[in-house]
Unconditional design. Sequence first.
Length: 92
Amino acid sequence: MEQIVLCSSLKLLDFVQQEMNALEADWFARAKKNPNVPLLMGIPGISVLSALTILAEIGDVTRFLSPKKPAHAMPDLCHPFINPEKRVIRGT
């Protein structure tokens, strides 16, 4: 019985891995088509998936008149943080 459960679990894991590989291939294909992805990935900690998520959230970046506009239009993207001097800095 344990061997049947083990084999079934391994088949399920193989299927999930195949699905994840297909999704990753799709992400990379989408990333190659979007010139803004490499720009966002220039920010430390931003991966392909993070860049695509940010772009999906803000939409067409050309609709903003300046680089500061997305931060004002979507304040959730710019959470305040405390710097070493203990001053609160808000995204601009």
